[in-house]
Design a protein around this ligand. Structure first.
Ligand SMILES: Nc1nc2c(ncn2[C@@H]2O[C@H](COP(=O)(O)OP(=O)(O)OP(=O)(O)O)[C@@H](O)[C@H]2O)c(=O)[nH]1
Ligand SMILES: [Mg+2]
Length: 204
């Protein structure tokens, strides 16, 4: 069933928050998508949920401005975070976001799993590195997700996997890496498998 979209019976937009104190209360388990602006978070979230336009996608970076919560199958939240490092935001705005996202990943009790997205075509940036290291302080599981794999050849995809694994090894991290594309659906099953492991198979 996984990979067909049949595992998603129901998706409800719960709301958007700009501050930690405005996030939904309760202990519904959460799975978050984080990464640089324009890396493909909203697109991958739509692919994962098998919904064409649940989350807003844009060609220009900085589209997602709030932390958006979606309730899936009445069982867990999927969380779309604003991208970090959007150059057109002011320094103060970027610092504020960084703080909110940082607080979200380290303090949110319901957070079970973070998918950290990195563009498969590019080496991780300093901000990706900051997030990789910040996640050491989170109790949630952490999976690295390479995006836009459809833009690479088979050889390019292998190189991206090696480069990312080596980069993390140099940081003292051993994290799973999943290669994905929202265009062709590659890796979607892999994401669901990690949700199974960390949120529970009862959701399927
Ligand atoms: N070829 C290809 N393009 C993609 C893929 N995922 C996203 N894109 C494109 O990349 C751009 C940004 O996608 P979004 O999903 O809006 O990215 P985001 O990370 O949510 O961006 P912000 O909300 O601004 O942080 C859009 O033009 C998408 O169509 C993919 O897997 N393959
Ligand atoms: Mg977005």
């Amino acid at each position: 069933m996984v990979g067909t979209g049949a595992e998603v019976q129901d998706v409800v937009f719960v709301g958007g928050a700009t501050r930690f104190s405005h996030m939904p209360e309760g202990n519904v388990p959460e799975v978050a998508f984080v990464g640089r602006s324009n890396v493909g978070k909203s697109s991958l979230l739509n692919c994962f949920l098998a919904r064409r336009s649940m989350a807003r996608v844009s060609g220009s970076p900085g589209k997602t401005r709030e932390i958006n919560f979606y309730l899936v199958n009445g069982a867990f939240h999927v969380v779309d975070l604003p991208g970090y490092g959007y150059a057109k935001f002011s320094r103060a705005q970027r610092d504020a976001w960084r703080q909110t996202i940082g607080r979200y990943v380290t303090e949110r009790a319901a957070l079970r799993l973070v998918f950290q997205l990195i563009d498969a075509r590019h080496a991780p940036t300093g901000l990706d590195r900051d997030m990789l290291l910040l996640m050491k302080e989170s109790s949630a599981a952490h999976v690295v997700v390479l995006t836009k794999a459809d833009k690479l050849s088979g050889n390019g995809r292998q190189q991206a996997l090696h480069r990312t694994t080596r980069y993390m090894h140099d940081l003292g991290l051993e994290l799973p890496v999943v290669l994905t594309s929202s265009e062709d659906g590659r890796g979607r099953t892999g994401l669901w498998e990690w949700v199974d492991v960390h949120v529970g198979p009862h959701i399927l």
